[in-house]
Design a protein around this ligand. Structure first.
Ligand code: SF4
Length: 253
């Protein structure tokens, strides 16, 4: 793709309150992502409790290492009850392949303990009968569970219209002007829920992650090969050479 003609008229994401596109433009971006990457199917469907623990394990690591940590945890312990009662060091040892094991192990045990105390058993199957809002509130009442983890359970386990905002989604959403350059991940969940139509929320999450990993990377984005180039306010800056490494970080303060 060649650079778009004309000079950039607005610094990308320069305002903390951008003018986000309408639903039609978001749908167009979704179609372009689907054309570029193929079907944007979510990666898995697990039981809600499994999904919750898998999401905790996914923090600050790759999908491969997260899956290795989860498989190792399942090999080491035969039930969630065993995980709760285990020595924290043994849980940390089991999930070591996923990184940050000494932080994640007590977090996982605290979550399981809270569920057991609340429900009398280690099972989140009842979430299927709750509204999206009730599920979100319930999960975010657990220790260390924030909007992203709750959205992962909603989207991937319960098949609800949620859009988890991880580091890739946040970076791409800021560059696309979907959220402000200073919008944090928690606030971005709310903004993206308003912006992205419900029926494409989960697949949009998948598409933005793929774009963020392959094209709209940290550092200089590869706008010249991006399927969303024509819709993106950041592209003219990058393609004209006005974008400098670190400028984005400085702009976002
Ligand atoms: S055009 Fe560039 S900045 Fe915009 S989404 Fe694509 S890679 Fe990212």
């Amino acid at each position: 793709m060649s650079p778009r003609p004309g000079s950039p008229t607005r610094r990308p994401g320069a305002s903390a309150a951008p003018h986000p596109p309408g639903a039609a433009a978001v749908r167009r971006a979704h179609r372009l992502l689907e054309k570029a990457f193929g079907p944007l199917d979510p990666p898995r469907r697990l039981d809600p409790l499994e999904e919750l623990i898998l999401t905790v394990l996914s923090q600050n690591t790759s999908d491969v290492n997260r899956d290795r940590a989860y498989a190792s945890l399942m090999d080491r312990f035969s039930s969630w009850e065993e995980v709760v009662e285990a020595d924290p060091g043994d849980v940390a040892e089991a999930i070591r392949p996923g990184g940050l094991a000494n932080t994640k192990a007590p977090r996982i045990q605290a979550i399981l303990r809270a569920i057991e105390e609340r429900e009398g058993r280690l099972d989140l199957g009842f979430l299927h009968r709750m509204s999206d809002e009730e599920v979100r509130d319930h999960l975010m009442g657990l220790p260390g569970v924030g909007p992203k983890t709750a959205a992962c359970v909603l989207a991937f386990s319960l098949e609800r219209p949620a859009l988890p905002v991880d580091t890739h989604v946040l970076r791409v959403a800021r560059r696309l002007g979907y959220v402000g350059s200073k919008t944090g991940a928690d606030a971005a969940h709310e903004a993206m829920a308003h912006l992205v139509p419900a029926e494409i929320r989960v697949s949009m999450h998948v598409g933005l992650i793929r774009l963020g990993r392959a094209v709209c990377k940290p550092g200089r984005p590869r706008c010249e090969e991006c399927p969303l180039q024509g819709l993106c306010p950041t592209a003219p800056f990058v393609l004209s050479g006005a974008w400098r490494a670190g400028s984005e970080r400085r702009r976002s303060g």
